[in-house]
Design a protein around this ligand. Structure first.
Ligand SMILES: [Zn+2]
Length: 560
């Protein structure tokens, strides 16, 4: 009885591991079911005890197989100490996983590996042979991808496009070439011809294809970029590009180079008109109608003055009226631009003010730097102290002055202290100048807005900065309303008459923050939870607390 028990204890517990990946090039490899069947039979014949079975449909070329990792973890826990698999290449085809298996053998967690196709014994010689088997699997993989690369190079040398054939062509697997697809080539040629007339859009071509059966794999219209890419692809007249290089193809062309060039002209023309429309009206896409919510569109009108000025162009912005009746009237482009200029000007910083604020900021930066350095210089000796304690503790433990229990307890406490100090130091180092950078960035933007508001013929810049300064632009009753962005709202000069003297109340408004609130604002911006936008609390802090002096400058400023 006792002897039997001992024998059972001595018996090795095996996991079965089967793997076959879908991309396995080697068709010789058995399917997973076949592997399991073979291995079970082998186990019975060899009298092996099987505790569990792991299967995986993933490649072993790269580390990161879940089931494999899971199995190794359980083996490390000691629940099994042997693996049964079809071949060494089922276990590992990369150096990391192969190394893991051998390491488990070295540490004794793994006692045995069994393969029906390969002899293995847990001896130095056996492990040596195993590492060669793993190495061979890796060599096979390396060789395979080298073969693929060689295949591509050979195709390129032969002028064969080494990829899926484009619409109008078919891959010929036997000859390894690309041939004309008689069904679709005719339609592709027709598409180029239609497009070259300039009367058809990409969408028209897509409709034409759909009507004649060229569809996406899910029976829908092709994607627009696919049509565009097709019409721009030189493949159709016999040349192709691969990895940034141009090759003369050996496939038959569908169209002539002349037809191709004509189509490129049309594509260029189409993108140009689109571009011009944007350029003509700078404030397109900026505002919506305050009454019905339609986008504001632009249009041009010409008026003819036969005796004086001849043909004169007038531009207007008006409600797009996409949502039915709307009573809003148009606005001339000069009026629209004037309002944008005013908005920018009111939410900007005069050069003198900006300079002054940057000086303040520089002083703050130096002060901040000093404070942070002081804090770090206080933390560093404490960190060294803990490190020394840890060192002494280890010496005491090695000299057997301290008991294991006590050692572990004190060590845990010290390590906690150490990480604490390290985290504090690194967070100081990381965050110290974040808010200063954000504030500087904001001041420079506000200064730029000021210059742009006063410059001439710069509609594009005005439009760009209008979006920076505010959002939700609405046009209603020929007036633009908007929501100033955080930070810029604090800058707003008192509207509308900047020439009127400010009341004492206005002057004082900026100073109404109490110091505690200021501290909180600053902390929010510097902590890692602080908003990272350059329009953060930091700017509010800077702007609000210095509003008083700034307002005086707004008084002397002349409007654009
Ligand atoms: Zn409207």
């Amino acid at each position: 009885m006792l002897a039997k028990e001992q024998i059972k204890k001595l018996m090795i517990k095996y996991f079965i591991y089967c793997r076959k990946s879908t991309d396995e090039a080697d068709r010789q490899v058995l399917s997973i079911e076949a592997q399991i069947a073979e291995l079970k039979e082998f186990a019975k014949k060899e009298n092996l005890e099987i505790v569990d079975c792991f299967t995986e449909a993933k490649t072993a070329k790269k580390p990161g197989r879940e089931k494999f990792e899971q199995m190794l973890k359980i083996i490390e826990k000691g629940e099994a100490n042997g693996i049964l698999s079809w071949h060494a290449d089922r276990l590992a085809r990369n150096s990391v996983d192969g190394g893991k298996i051998i390491y488990l053998l070295d540490t004794g967690k793994l006692q045995s590996l069994k393969f029906p196709t390969l002899w293995f014994e847990n001896t130095p010689q056996g492990k040596f042979m195993l590492s060669i088997a793993f190495g061979q699997s890796k060599y096979y993989i390396d060789n395979l991808s080298e073969n693929v690369r060689r295949g591509i190079r050979q195709k390129l040398r032969n002028g064969v496009y080494p990829n899926k054939a484009p619409i109008g062509y078919l891959n010929e697997p036997k000859k390894r070439t690309i041939e004309i697809d008689p069904k679709t080539a005719r339609l592709v040629r027709k598409a180029f011809q239609l497009f070259s007339t300039g009367k058809y859009t990409f969408v028209d071509i897509d409709k034409f294809f759909f009507k004649h059966g060229i569809k996406s794999s899910v029976n829908k219209y092709l994607r627009m970029d696919k049509i565009r890419n097709m019409l721009k692809s030189p493949f159709y007249y016999g040349v192709f590009e691969f990895a940034g290089e141009t090759y003369q193809g050996t496939h038959k062309s569908i169209i002539s180079k002349t037809l191709f060039d004509k189509c490129q002209e049309v594509i260029k023309q189409k993108s140009k008109t689109h571009f011009n429309h944007q350029k003509e009206f700078h404030f397109l896409g900026l505002a919506k109608c305050g009454e019905c919510g339609s986008a504001i569109t632009a249009e041009k009108h010409f008026k003819f003055y036969p005796k004086t000025r001849g043909k004169v162009r007038y531009d207007y912005y008006r409600c797009g009226k996409k949502h039915g009746y709307c009573s809003q009237k148009y606005v001339s482009d000069q009026e629209f631009e004037k309002q944008i200029r005013e908005i920018l000007w009111r939410h900007s910083l005069h050069e003198l003010n900006a300079k002054r604020m940057l000086n303040w900021l520089n002083a703050d930066e130096i002060r901040e730097k000093q404070t942070v350095e002081n804090k770090i210089s206080l933390l560093k000796p404490q960190l060294t102290n803990v490190e020394q304690k840890l060192d002494r503790l280890l010496t005491g433990y090695l000299d057997q002055v301290i008991e294991t229990n006590e050692y572990q307890m004190v060590k845990k406490k010290l390590i906690e202290e150490k990480t604490n100090f390290m985290e504090q130091i690194s967070s100081f180092e990381k965050n110290q100048f974040l808010w200063v950078e954000l504030a500087r960035d904001f001041i420079n933007s506000a200064l730029e807005a000021h210059k742009i508001a006063r410059a001439k013929n710069n509609g594009e810049e005005l439009s760009f900065f209008a979006k920076k300064v505010g959002s939700n632009y609405f046009l209603s009753g020929r007036r633009l309303e908007f929501l100033p962005m955080r930070g810029f709202n604090a800058l707003a000069a008192p509207a509308p008459a900047a020439s009127a003297p400010l009341s004492l109340h206005d002057l004082r408004r900026g100073w109404d923050l109490n110091p505690r609130e200021l501290y909180q604002l600053k902390r929010l911006a510097t902590s890692r939870y602080g908003p990272l936008s350059h329009l953060s609390y930091t700017q509010l802090y800077l702007l609000k607390c210095r509003r008083k002096e700034l307002n005086l400058h707004f008084l002397t400023e002349t409007r654009p």
